[in-house]
Design a protein around this ligand. Structure first.
Ligand SMILES: [Zn+2]
Length: 221
């Protein structure tokens, strides 16, 4: 039996019974806190990184955590974003890139992708980020350029996200917050884009005000 199929049996026997009440509640509907857009890479485990339960994140994954800009023809990302934002009314959207991203390596070196025509075309949605990195850091090392590309790609996909009408409308209303993250597979670090400084900073610093409020409220309780 494959490892993942054996896992289902263990889930049913050992894990599900302990969370029976949660699954019963979830059978009546979902109200996720965030639309979480990240890469398909097998090394990213969203529930583990964010310590969330089923029902908390509405997840869209693809190679390179890409959000194509809005166009009139329908695509899987467009429909999922519209559903999460306009129907489920998620209050947050996270775009989460990651280190060692094969998609971003491909975007940086598209000439190596001739045998993967769909991958090559898909990664053209990251071309502006590649060009920004080439422009701002022409002499940087390969490693430095890759680190910058991971961040620039997240920033670019946030810009694309804002072209989706459902997202633009909610932003205008003021009840939707967009977050840009980069997750480090090797260290577990998560850096988040800070709009004030226009830099990626460690997640505990980026959300220090919110974390302080949580500590205050737990001390009052
Ligand atoms: Zn990736």
């Amino acid at each position: 039996m494959p490892h993942f199929a054996a896992g289902v049996v263990r889930f049913q026997n050992e894990v599900f019974p302990k969370k029976k009440d949660l699954f019963e509640k979830l059978s009546h509907g979902q109200s996720p806190e965030a639309l979480f857009i990240t890469c398909s890479d097998s090394r990213i485990e969203t529930a583990m990184i964010t310590q969330t339960d089923p029902g908390e994140l509405f997840i869209c994954r693809n190679a390179g955590n890409i959000v194509p800009p809005h166009v009139t023809h329908t695509g899987g990302m467009t429909a999922s974003i519209e559903f999460a934002v306009a129907a489920l009314k998620v209050p947050h959207i996270v775009i989460c890139g990651h280190t060692e991203c094969g998609a971003m390596k491909g975007a940086m070196n598209p000439e190596g992708l001739d045998s993967l025509p769909h991958v090559k075309e898909w990664l053209s949605y990251s071309k502006a980020a590649v060009d920004v990195v080439k422009e701002i850091a022409p002499d940087a090392s390969e490693d430095e350029r890759m680190k910058m590309l991971l961040e620039q790609n997240v920033i670019l996909q946030i810009q694309h996200l804002k072209t989706h009408p459902s997202v633009a409308a909610r932003l205008a209303k003021g009840d939707l917050v967009i977050h840009g993250w980069v997750y480090d597979i090797k260290t577990g670090d998560v850096n988040a884009f800070d709009e004030d400084s226009a830099r990626f900073v460690p997640v505990d610093k980026r959300y220090s005000d919110e974390i302080a409020k949580l500590v205050d409220s737990s001390e009052c309780a």
